[in-house]
Design a protein around this ligand. Structure first.
Ligand code: HEM
Length: 483
């Protein structure tokens, strides 16, 4: 507990942000460059300059402050309005975007399904999907690896979530998801999103400061503007038709499962059962939101992580050869029990997530006035956390944070590091629900791929910050069949 706290406005300001639109313009012009500049500043907290009166934003720029925000004071923060707005069409009030009691209930219901033991049953599906994905590769063929890992991770998600066998990006469901996810990446920081957030804040205040019909009207209007109110223009129309398709398909799957014997072991079946056990049945809308949340949260993140792992391993002969050896040691049919033999493979995946965290930035909004790192934050202050920034901070990661080095994740080296210096899955009560899923899937997929093919990197790629931190050129590789 701090004895004295300082006013928010006395917090040091982040570099840049000089233009009329402040840091928002910097982020829109060069998201990654702006983050790189932040990683060079060591002040634990930094204020962001925004042109809107009454809107406050800052960066949690040190692992201690991250811990205070995400762990110690987690209850005082909600998922940010900006994130909720961008993902609302897709994920609605699903576990990723919801807050408060609804989130707590859903997390409690869903956590057992994502326990490492419960997930082991999905290992054969993960390996089978990987095999099927590479069956069509030809010796010497040139590929955009990220597109392949996306197809593969989508197949894994389709199989484990809905028991769907023919799930590929070619499916219109896959395309619709990509449209909605791209929209979410694009809309962040756009004037329409900012206007929405300002409108919500004003309505919140109006409902708190009034009683009677005015309060009711403000509450009603506030609920109305939660979703994307205006889906105009070509982009908006494309999003609207994608969402309509997703709604229709997911509803069909829910109806089928409700009618079926319940013998399937996919996550949709388990989700329906979990709600029944709780006594309160989840509505179809809630199930729809959770299914799409899991689909989106689960496949693109893992797919980009896999592509970056191979990208980095190809540049380091020693790491590559050892991963290859591990892949050969587990044979053609690896399972959950083989994970310990895939030790370097797992560490390489972790290190790729350090350099290229798929969720490179996320945020929280204070749900009341809060003191953080000794500063008084007005209610609704947005606190930005960027794994990309912290993962590339000199000092936290030695003198050479840009270097790929899976040995950083040897237990003795991990023990010496700040627990919250590594955040690809976030931290605290809202840590990624699928963390064990990802740590099961990634090594199994990598082993299956590397046993059958040798990868030759054709050109070094660079990160492109969209919905996730994708490789700009998709990681161009040539694949060589191994005999
Ligand atoms: C490399 C792979 C993955 C990465 C890097 C990743 C990253 C993250 C991050 C950073 C968050 C928290 C964001 C925040 O605090 O605002 C999160 C939440 C979440 N992730 Fe993942 N994720 C991955 C894989 C998965 C998988 C495979 C699933 C499901 C099958 C999944 C499901 C979820 C869910 C449901 C949440 C919301 C949890 C909550 O708020 O209670 N993720 N993920």
């Amino acid at each position: 507990m701090q004895a004295h706290s300082s006013a928010f406005d006395s917090m040091p300001i982040a570099p840049g942000g000089e233009g009329l639109l402040g840091h928002n313009a910097d982020f829109r012009a060069d998201r990654l460059g702006t983050l790189r500049r932040l990683s060079e500043v060591t002040a634990p907290v930094l204020r962001l300059s925004l042109p809107l009166p009454g809107i406050h934003a800052m960066v949690a720029n040190h692992p201690d402050v991250v811990e205070e925000t995400l762990v110690d004071k987690a209850r005082l923060f909600d998922k940010s309005d900006m994130l909720r707005f961008s993902l609302y069409p897709l994920a609605g009030e699903g576990i990723f975007t919801s807050n408060g009691e609804l989130w707590r209930r859903q997390r409690k219901l869903m956590a057992p399904l994502f326990h490492p033991k419960a997930l082991e049953a999905y290992a054969p599906d993960m390996v089978a999907c990987s095999r099927r994905a590479i069956d069509r590769w030809r010796d010497g063929e040139e590929l955009a690896l990220a597109a392949e890992t996306t197809r593969l991770a989508m197949a894994v998600a389709g199989k484990t979530l809905f028991d769907a066998d023919t799930f590929t990006e070619a499916d219109d469901l896959g395309r619709a998801l990509t449209v909605a996810l791209d929209w979410a990446g694009w809309v962040i920081g756009q004037p329409i999103a900012i206007a929405h957030i300002v409108a919500r804040r004003r309505l919140q205040l109006l409902s708190e400061q009034n009683t009677g019909w005015l309060r009711d009207a403000a509450l009603w209007a506030e609920r109305k503007v939660r979703g994307p109110a205006v889906l105009v223009g070509a982009r908006g129309r494309e999003l609207a038709s994608s969402i309509a398709l997703l709604d229709e398909r997911v509803q069909k799957m829910i109806d089928e499962r409700r009618r079926s014997s319940g013998e399937q072991t996919d996550l949709l079946t388990r989700l329906l059962a979990a709600s029944d056990q709780d006594g309160t049945v989840m509505s179809d809308r809630q199930i729809r939101d959770e299914i799409l949340t899991l689909f989106v949260a689960g496949h693109e993140t893992t797919a980009t992580g896999l592509a970056w792992t191979i990208h980095e391993a190809c540049k380091d002969r020693r790491v590559y050869d050892e991963m290859q050896r591990e892949a050969d040691s587990v044979g053609d049919d690896p399972g959950a029990a083989d994970l310990e033999k895939l030790d370097l493979t797992t560490r390489a995946f972790k290190e790729a997530l350090r350099l290229y965290p798929p969720v490179y930035i996320f945020g929280r909004d204070a749900n009341q006035a809060v003191t953080l790192a000794g500063y008084d934050l007005p209610r609704s202050t947005n606190v930005m956390v960027s794994p990309f920034v912290l993962h590339r901070r000199r000092g936290l990661w030695g003198d050479d944070p840009e270097r790929f080095d899976p040995d950083r994740f040897l237990p003795e080296r991990e023990a010496k590091r700040h627990r919250y210096a590594y955040l690809p899955f976030s931290a605290g009560p809202r840590i990624c629900l699928g963390i064990h899923f990802a740590y099961l899937e990634a090594p199994l997929v990598l082993a299956t791929l590397m046993r059958r093919f040798r990868f030759e990197l054709l050109e070094e790629d660079e990160a492109e910050p969209s919905a996730t931190l994708r490789p700009r050129r998709g990681v161009r590789v040539r694949v060589h069949a191994r005999r």
